[in-house]
Design a protein around this ligand. Structure first.
Ligand code: BES
Ligand code: MN
Ligand code: ZN
Length: 493
């Protein structure tokens, strides 16, 4: 969406949006007629600005659009960025229709400390998940999107412009993730995914390497290759991106690793109907990493960041891995494949070993739609958060609280570490005996065997990355979970 600024409202936009607090300083509304109208409604008890309420006015002034949407944000003392973002998103969704293309936001000194959240709410809903419709069908969906947003205010400060820019960069980056995750697996193939990462790297002048299968083979990444073995001509890739801040720093980098499963059919432990249809979402962790890279330079993040995404499908053919196969991972540790559907941990294992060995990061964080068990435990509200370093885990949890991308701490018990040890090899990818118990934690325990003593955290995003029942800021399907949280983390870690 195009975003521009204007000192005073005009009649041009299709709708002017004016968010106000209950008992807020009406004086602060940056337009005398609007101020008066809101004041009168309050006096007449027609509109009290309770959070989530709104009224549509149809001003006859020639300097105002024909629609003026006044949005209540509730009491300022009870406000939060999350509440403001959600309220804007929820209410504006109701006006995403054909005849409303251009919108304007009337700023107000009273709400301007929440400007980023206000604009995020407006931008995050402006997304079309139906990428593949054509002709009339496409037009119909496109028509519902806002095309332009004008920020109106007589005295918009540099900080306020910065807040708007942050909202723009973040929501654009969330959309990068949503597009990748929603991408059909015959469109977003391993190469198309890597190309998107390359495009972002080129635009921002990051260095990027996309390693192919022969490189992966030469390196001995047997865990990634094992998952890829059933994919025929559909090859494996390892994407490695690097962002360096302008201001040089000697600090060790942050390593972000994301699961890039283009499609997870399960392999010979084939997924049944109802579990297989949406497994193109299984690249959400890797997509999150690419989304973060889309934002790093624009937000001038002051930290070196490495992003690694192992890419493959998990399919079946004569060469596919089988339960009872034993493979040698890049670390040298051998793994018994006890279930071909526990593939995410395999590809992450090699990516983690490689990333830690090559870049010696201060912190390593991985993101993966890793287990159905995590969805059962935490639903679509919390990601599962595990790790081997309490302070890192706590920092990630805090970042998620700040951006309302919530994560809930789960334990890794020594028993779970033990349960992932193999009978004939060093490790096994599921514990046969009690595989239905503590699945999210045991997957993390498996990963932990590959990070050694390095400070590491793992986010299981299986429940939060993709939703058929969208939250206020989302439309159905990919949510783009994690980008805003990770930027918050990188700014504060
Ligand atoms: N990609 C799935 C997990 C998943 C489930 C993601 C639901 C998104 C929504 C993962 O590869 C998987 O198949 N996990 C297995 C692990 C099991 C074999 C131990 C699962 O959860 O069933
Ligand atoms: Mn699987
Ligand atoms: Zn998977």
């Amino acid at each position: 969406m195009r975003v521009s600024y204007s000192k005073a409202p005009s009649a041009k936009p299709d709708m002017l949006v004016c968010p106000v607090f209950d008992h807020g300083k009406k004086k602060s509304i940056d337009h005398p007629a609007v101020r008066k109208a809101v004041g009168k409604m309050k006096k007449d008890k027609l509109f009290q600005a309770k959070n989530g309420t709104s009224v549509m006015l149809y001003p006859s002034s020639k300097n105002l659009p024909k629609r003026l949407l006044v949005i209540g944000l509730g009491k300022k003392s009870k406000a939060s960025e999350t509440k403001v973002r959600n309220t804007l998103a929820k209410l504006l969704k109701g006006y995403q229709k054909k005849d409303i293309n251009s919108i304007a936001l009337l700023t107000c000194t009273d709400i301007n400390q929440y400007l980023q959240a206000v604009v995020e709410g407006m931008l995050l809903i402006n997304y079309n998940p139906a990428q593949y419709k054509t002709g009339k069908n496409r037009k119909k969906v496109q028509e519902t999107l806002f095309k332009s947003l004008t920020i109106v205010g007589s005295d918009i400060t540099a900080d306020e412009r910065k807040a708007v820019k942050r909202a723009q960069v973040l929501s654009e980056s969330v959309d990068v993730v949503r597009d990748l995750v929603n991408g059909a697996p015959n469109h977003i193939t391993v190469d198309a995914f890597a190309d998107k990462a390359k495009k972002i790297a080129k635009k921002n002048k990051y260095s990027i390497k996309v390693y192919n299968k022969s490189w992966i083979t030469k390196k001995g990444m047997g865990a990634l290759l094992s998952v890829n073995s059933g994919s025929g001509s559909k090859s494996a890739r390892l994407v490695v991106m690097e962002y360096k801040p302008k201001k040089k720093s000697k600090k060790a980098p942050i390593l972000l690793v994301g699961k890039g499963l283009i499609f997870d059919a399960g392999g010979y432990n084939l997924k049944p109907s109802k579990y297989i249809e949406d497994m193109h979402q299984d690249k959400a962790g890797g997509s999150l990493v690419v989304g973060v890279f889309n934002a790093l330079k624009a937000l001038n993040i002051n930290r070196r960041v490495i992003g690694i995404v192992p890419l493959t499908e998990n399919l079946i053919d004569a060469d596919a891995q089988k339960p009872s196969d034993v493979v040698t991972s890049y670390s040298g540790k051998t793994v018994e494949i006890r279930n071909t559907d526990a593939e995410g941990r395999m590809i992450l294992a090699d990516a983690l070993t490689y990333g830690i060995e090559t870049y010696k990061p201060e912190y390593t964080i991985d993101f993966a739609t890793l287990t159905g068990a995590c969805v059962v435990a935490l639903g679509d509200r919390y990601a599962g958060l595990m790790g081997n370093n309490e302070s890192l885990v706590e920092k990630i949890k805090k970042a998620g609280d700040n951006t309302d991308e919530l994560a809930w701490k789960m334990p890794i018990h020594d028993d779970f570490r033990e349960a992932m040890k193999g009978k004939v090899a060093d490790l096994r990818n599921i514990d046969d005996e009690t595989s239905s118990m503590a699945g999210a934690s045991k997957a993390a325990a498996f990963l932990e065997h590959f990070v050694g003593k390095n400070k590491w955290a793992h986010l299981d995003i299986a429940g939060v990355a993709y939703n058929k029942k969208p939250k206020d800021i989302d439309h159905p399907f990919a949510t783009g979970y994690g980008v805003r949280m990770m930027i918050d983390f990188l700014e504060n870690c």
